[in-house]
Design a protein around this ligand. Structure first.
Ligand code: DGL
Length: 287
């Protein structure tokens, strides 16, 4: 990596700017919504790599490469802090970005993920400590949730189920159509047949809250379902309390700008369904 080039890319240290939120597509909007509801005073920039979604079936190297490109783009927009609002990117790229990229290329910026904060909360919500994780193939294979939960709550039994069809269903705006029922029921049945004692299920992909009604329909009512937005927002607020040097660098005009690597029209139509508001969006290239 050419470190001098990267340093030139982000020449102003300790600058103030918006919080960047990144996802492979629309899923991170569920995280953005949670954060904005809790901290509406801040400025935000959302970036969806819709042209290259889904990430869930891609290799570690490719997810790292794409995620780093997105982080650099958000840094170039002036974001001092970027949230990977994507479990797959958090599982496959976050650690490398934090350990190998930031210290040498952008030491005054921070990148945070969504897996650790979700792992922290799930152990408090589960009574049986039998925890289910529904996520992309990449997140399940990475075993990130098992590793994090086991570290925090030793002895927990964590069972994962990949749901390869769920992201395409959401990205193609089919999440409230009858066809989605088959795939939602199928993945939940597979998860619960592996461990019938599961009492808490993490929706370990930020797209899945869009399928929440159907997920609830096919889950026994005693099982707690955990969408991440609210908990990531609480965790970020706590981070700001512990890191006032970062919260003081987030600009506060209550704005939110949206960028996509795909067509603006497609993004705006789908984002309206996620956010229930009309938004302006720009197309951007990040390779
Ligand atoms: N929304 C993403 C996640 O949380 C990724 C979906 C994908 O691109 O496969 O994992």
């Amino acid at each position: 990596m050419d470190m001098s080039t990267d340093i030139k890319d982000f020449p102003i240290p300790n600058l103030a700017g918006p919080i960047g939120v990144f996802d492979s597509g629309f899923g991170g909007l569920t995280i953005l919504e949670g954060i904005r509801n809790r901290m509406p005073q801040f400025d935000y920039i959302y970036l969806g790599d819709n042209a290259r979604t889904p990430y869930g079936t891609r290799s570690f190297d490719v997810v790292y490469e794409f995620t780093l490109q997105a982080v650099k783009k958000l840094f170039s927009f002036g974001c001092p802090l970027v949230i990977l609002g994507c479990n797959t990117a958090s599982a496959k790229a976050l650690r490398s970005i934090q350990q190998n990229y930031l210290p040498f290329n952008a030491p005054d910026r921070r990148v945070l993920g969504v897996i650790r904060p979700t792992a922290e909360i799930v152990g408090k919500l589960s009574n049986t400590k039998h925890i289910g994780v529904l996520a992309t193939e990449g997140t399940i294979r990475s075993e990130s949730y098992s590793i994090e939960i086991e570290k925090l709550y030793p002895g927990s039994i964590i069972t994962g189920q990949a749901c390869p069809m769920w992201v395409p269903i959401v990205e193609n705006n089919e999440f409230d159509k009858p066809g989605a029922d088959y795939f939602v029921k199928d993945s939940i049945d597979k998860l619960l047949s592996k461990d019938p004692q599961i009492d808490t299920i993490i929706l370990g992909c930020t797209h899945y809250p869009l399928l929440l009604e159907k997920i609830k329909k096919y889950c026994p009512s005693n099982i707690k379902i955990i969408p991440q937005g609210k908990y990531i927002a609480e965790s970020l607020e706590d981070y700001f309390v512990r890191h006032p040097e970062m919260s003081s660098r987030i600009t506060q005009n209550g704005t939110c700008k949206y960028f996509t690597t795909e067509s603006r029209t497609k993004f705006r139509e789908c984002a309206n369904l996620f956010l229930k508001e009309d938004i302006q969006v720009e197309r951007v290239t990040i390779n």
